[in-house]
Design a binder for this molecule. Structure first.
Ligand code: SF4
Length: 335
């Protein structure tokens, strides 16, 4: 610390100096990510905000809307998910929506200020006949002038190529947590399965949306492992959603203790520093967050949110609350 200015000068610590330089790099070690987590909170937020400003307009927040195009009945056993057929959560299994209905929802999302429309289906992986319809949805949504995103489970290389041809801009496929903790959360597909799908999406030329969930009972080491893995992918995901667990009755994680909001803010700040040029999305869990926690997340470098009353099957803040928060913080939708 420089005694005269009280500005955190990292040069005395070579590990930190390298971490705080603000470069986009793929060789993050866990020790480096841990050094960021261990920073005093004011220093961490200062550097996250500084690096954020080097890459983005700090007032701009990208707005996405997420629609469940095929809800429930999923054969996977993700312990946080109310759509898994393994748990009795009261979420009914629906069929894949019609193209026209999806395009109508996208039109309404655009009118509400969304720039990206995400379509989520509760599948292990899409069947070919379903993919035909999803490709038609992508084409219809794109024709409205919206960016398109889909999350459909695991993809083969030809499926990724078809989605790219239909005009898909982003594919969401989360790593969820660290490789070590992953087995506590999902048993029906492996961490490597996820990495393989990410490789196929990237190879097809589709932007990657990939992040994880905190508050599932993992330790800080697992949050470190998750961010180190994300930041060490061959290219950083363009979009990094950081979700706070939404505890849903009937899922194995329903009784998890409340997660410390300041540790959540820390996780956002570390993601911002480790992936300086990526959009970091304050994703699921906002409904239960105070305005103050959300403001700290924005200060820590989050610059994307989901807008709309529902996130797949769980509640999201009402649009009026989000508009009021944007006004209070002087935020504007990212162009
Ligand atoms: S998170 Fe996705 S893959 Fe996992 S159970 Fe839910 S819908 Fe299925």
């Amino acid at each position: 610390m420089d005694e005269r200015t009280h500005s955190p000068v990292p040069a005395a610590n070579p590990v930190l100096a390298r971490c705080l330089f603000g470069a986009v790099r793929q060789d993050w070690s866990r020790a480096e990510v841990q050094a960021l987590f261990d920073l005093p909170f004011p220093d961490l937020i200062f550097h996250a905000q500084r690096i954020h400003r080097e890459n983005f307009d700090p007032r701009e927040v990208q707005i996405s809307t997420l629609l469940s195009i095929k809800t429930g009945g999923c054969p996977e056993d993700c312990a946080y998910c109310p759509q898994s057929a393994h748990y009795g959560t009261g979420v009914a299994a629906d069929k894949l929506m019609d193209v026209a209905a999806v395009v109508n929802e996208a039109r309404a999302a655009k009118a509400a200020g969304a720039s990206r429309f995400c379509m989520g289906a509760a599948w292990r992986s899409p069947k070919e006949r379903d993919l035909d319809r999803v490709c038609a949805m992508v084409e219809g949504v794109r024709a409205l002038g919206l960016e398109t995103c889909a999350t459909l489970g695991m993809l083969t290389a030809p499926q990724a190529a078809r989605l790219k041809s239909a005009g898909l801009d982003y594919y969401n496929h989360n790593l969820d947590t660290s490789p070590e903790f992953y087995g506590e959360i999902i048993s029906t597909r492996t961490y490597q399965d996820r990495l393989d799908t990410l490789d196929r999406v990237r190879a097809a030329g589709i932007h990657v949306c990939c992040g994880g969930i905190v508050g599932m009972g993992e330790g800080r080491d697992d949050r470190i492992g998750m961010i180190a893995t994300l930041a060490s992918l061959p290219a950083h995901p363009e979009s990094v959603p950081i979700n706070l667990l939404v505890r849903v009755e009937g899922t194995p994680l329903a009784a998890k203790e409340t997660f410390d909001p300041l540790e959540f803010v820390r996780t956002i700040a570390v993601a911002r520093i480790a992936m300086p040029a990526s959009v970091v999305r304050l994703s699921a869990g906002r409904e239960g967050m105070s305005d103050e926690t959300q403001a700290l997340c924005i200060l820590a470098g989050a610059n994307s949110i989901f807008y709309g009353p529902k996130l797949l099957t769980t509640p999201n803040p009402a649009q009026a609350r989000d508009s009021s928060l944007f006004d209070k913080l002087g935020l504007v939708p990212m162009r």
